[in-house]
Design a protein around this ligand. Structure first.
Ligand code: NAD
Ligand code: HSO
Ligand code: ZN
Length: 441
């Protein structure tokens, strides 16, 4: 629990009028995970082993960290027939839900497709930008504490929409347990190859390539601290989407939503991880007390109670503030992964929101709908990084090249300007190269 926080139960109660509010909030928001020296050292060792010894190290580390007993990569590789078998073997209800979610996610991401563009100047010079998909993308699907078929869809579908030629998926199978929904989702989303490896070793295999795992151009997808640390370390060798930490939710409530709904919304992210963060902000003190009572009442009924309790105790908070303006300022300061505007008129608050990974508008829009099937991506910036980054999207699987096509007249005109600037930099070859194209007549 955050130091100095007044606590009357499982979750800290704070007020913006507390003398130590700023320091208490900063302590709650800090996520120290990624800077742990011990984790970095272990990840460096794993990366080095896989880089230098390929498949052999991948097998060894998977046996060690996922409690397997395999002897070759063949046992950690799934072909398309196996993915299809998983899909066809699902109960119809699950197969239909997966298909509907995939369809909605695809439709949303189709809207994100950027177009190549160009324009022509008066002298015939053409300038533009060409958008090209990546050749090969690696998607990391987490699988340590829970299985995430929805994350398969959220990672692979935008890659597909972007036009990526080859999608390679990695997913750990702790104790050798395969999740049929995860495999079925890979089939539906058009994943080309699946390796049942996870953690830093999977990131290393995708970044460097091994005898079995092809090296990719970019690695995307969320994961735990080992995954995040490994992605940070291989950046440069390959592209990465972002460093996504534990899940977060910030609920901004005007007091009019059923406290039990809000308690469950907070639980929905807390149940991911002991390090997940769930915060409620409201200017209605009685409502905060009601939400706290609902938390205490509902918590013992939850299957993942120990994880939720640890998360709420360690990183959760119910924050009382003065009014809507102060609530908005807090939301922007926290820059949460998920922001629920649980108010009557969310449209009036929206213009004031500047930093959030995804914004859930109104009392009916539970964050959980976004996790599975609303359509937008659930891989989102965490730990305040929504100040400068965006949801995973089609744009993460594409890059842009500039197009410059000078007419003779355009080259002559630009040549004069380039020559002056190049000589100012004492780069004579640049200057003469440009001058060669200046019309002599
Ligand atoms: N932002 C999103 O879209 C999103 C979606 C789903 C999950 N998440 C988050 O992703 C995270 C998933 O974490 P997870 O642990 O469940 O799965 P994970 O797949 O990220 O990590 C599991 C792997 O970590 C490695 N590992 C575990 N302990 C280790 C150790 N002591 N030394 C070396 N390696 C070790 C193992 O190789 C294991 O396979 C959670 O924090 C969850 O909140 C985020
Ligand atoms: N809330 C997670 C992203 O922070 C995504 C997820 C997947 N399944 C359930 N939830
Ligand atoms: Zn979730």
């Amino acid at each position: 629990m955050a130091e100095n926080a007044e606590s009357r139960g499982t979750i800290a109660r704070l007020s913006t009028t507390d003398a130590d509010f700023d320091t208490t909030l900063e302590a709650l928001l800090a996520w120290e995970g990624v800077s742990d020296a011990q984790v970095r050292q272990r990840v460096d060792e794993i990366l080095h082993a896989v880089r230098t010894r390929g498949d052999a190290a991948l097998v060894e580390t998977s046996n060690r960290f996922d409690r397997l007993s395999v002897s070759s990569m063949a046992e950690l590789t799934l072909d398309k027939a196996r993915l299809r078998q998983a899909h066809d073997g699902l109960p119809a209800e699950q197969r239909d839900a997966l298909a509907l979610a995939a369809e909605r996610i695809r439709a949303y991401h189709e809207h994100q497709k950027p177009e190549s563009w160009q324009y022509t100047e008066a002298n015939g010079t053409v300038l533009g930008q060409k958008v090209t998909p990546l050749d090969r993308a690696g998607i990391y699907v987490p699988g340590g504490k829970a299985a995430y078929p929805s994350s398969v869809l959220m990672n692979a579908i935008p890659a597909h929409v972007a036009g990526v030629s080859e999608i390679v998926m990695v997913v750990p199978t702790p104790d050798g347990v395969l999740n049929e929904l995860v495999l079925a989702a890979a089939y539906l989303a058009g994943v080309d190859q699946v390796f049942t490896v996870g953690g830093a070793q999977a990131v290393a295999a995708l970044a460097y390539g091994t005898e079995s795992v092809p090296r990719v151009d970019k690695i995307v997808g969320p994961g735990n601290i080992y995954v995040a640390t490994a992605k940070r370390a291989v950046f440069g060798q390959v592209g990465i989407d972002m460093i996504a930490g534990p899940s977060e939710i910030l609920v901004l409530s005007d007091g009019g939503t059923d406290p039990e709904w809000l308690a469950m919304d907070l639980f929905s992210q807390a149940e991911h991880d002991e390090d997940a963060q769930a915060i409620l902000v409201s200017w209605d003190a009685d409502h905060i007390a009601d939400v706290e009572a609902a938390i205490e009442r509902l918590l013992p009924t939850m299957e993942r109670e120990p994880i939720i309790r640890a998360s709420l105790e360690k990183r959760g908070a119910l924050i009382a503030c003065a009014d809507r303006e102060e609530a908005l300022a807090l939301a922007n300061r926290i820059a949460p992964e998920h922001l629920e505007l649980s108010v009557d008129d969310p449209e009036s608050l929206l213009p004031g929101i500047r930093h959030a990974g995804a914004i859930f508008m109104g009392r009916y829009t539970a964050e959980a709908l976004g996790d599975y099937c609303a359509g937008p991506n659930h891989v989102l910036p965490t730990s305040g990084t929504a100040r400068f980054s965006s949801p995973l999207g089609v744009y993460d699987f594409q890059k842009r090249s500039s197009i410059i096509h000078c007419s003779a007249e355009g080259a002559s005109t630009l040549g004069r300007t380039a020559s002056v600037l190049a000589r100012g930099e004492s780069l004579t070859a640049h200057a003469r190269s440009a001058e060669n194209r200046i019309r002599k007549d």
